[in-house]
Design a protein around this ligand. Structure first.
Ligand SMILES: [Fe+2]
Ligand SMILES: [Fe+2]
Length: 241
């Protein structure tokens, strides 16, 4: 059970239903989630007891979900790719033309939408390359590591040395994507469309907000679950040799 000294990251891992509460309070359980709850509360002017109560309430009657900390790494990777990578690709295809239309129509009155269009193009370029590297290089290596562990084999060969090297690169790219979305959030006052927004404008901001939420969940599974387990597995195999 979690307490005021638990880190946001560990609470989100132990009870994924609490993620909704962290999202509601706009607290980072993901890249910057390795901090105790009480510290984050005092920094953000939130009563620790109140947040603890909300987190506990979220876990009561939460639908029973698969405990992802216990599935195989291959299953976890499958889940990440099928849920989050598919979502990122399909939403980019949908949102980028919307941003272009909104910028063309509303850019003269709302210059921030032109900047958001530019940010979204950059985010798309970065993320598509990032997903490609995960799917073609890092994830196959992690799956090979798991197979080696099961069969008592050696650490698989790679061009990058330790798995920590590509993981460091992925962590850095996660931060860059999160920063771009944060920039879009700031430019749009929290993805709130102006009163004169057309339906496409409203749909764009709604889509970007959902995209940000999905990215946080996606990165949480990689940074806090998949990557630490892969690093530990590589060490375990190296020691056994
Ligand atoms: Fe990913
Ligand atoms: Fe990633």
């Amino acid at each position: 059970m979690f307490t005021a000294t638990s880190t946001l990251r560990s609470i989100a891992l132990e009870e994924p239903a609490t993620i909704r509460v962290f999202e509601r309070y706009r607290l980072d359980y993901c890249c910057g989630g390795n901090r105790p709850l009480h510290e984050v509360c005092s920094e953000n002017g939130i009563a620790t007891e109140k947040l603890l109560a909300a987190l506990t309430a979220a876990t009561v009657n939460a639908p029973v979900t698969r405990d992802l900390s216990r599935v195989t790494l291959a299953e976890l990777i499958h889940r990440i790719v099928e849920t989050h990578h598919v979502y990122v690709r399909s939403e980019l295809i949908r949102l980028q033309p919307m941003a272009q239309r909104v910028a063309t129509k509303h850019g003269p009155v709302h210059p921030e939408v032109s900047l958001i269009e530019r940010d979204l193009l950059q985010l798309g370029d970065e993320l598509l390359f990032h997903l490609h590297k995960e799917e073609r290089i890092l994830f196959p290596y992690i799956e090979a590591l798991e197979r080696s562990c099961e069969t008592g084999g050696a650490v698989p060969g790679s061009q990058f040395g330790s798995v920590q090297s590509p993981i460091q690169a992925m962590l850095h790219e996660h931060e860059s994507a999160a920063a771009l979305l944060e920039e879009m959030r700031t430019r749009s006052d929290g993805f709130v469309p102006p009163p004169d927004a057309c339906p496409t404008y409203v749909g764009l901001y709604h889509g970007l907000k959902a995209f940000e939420r999905d990215l946080h969940r996606h990165v949480h599974l990689e940074n806090n679950l998949l990557f630490p387990r892969a690093i530990a597995l590589e060490k375990e195999i190296s020691v056994a040799q």
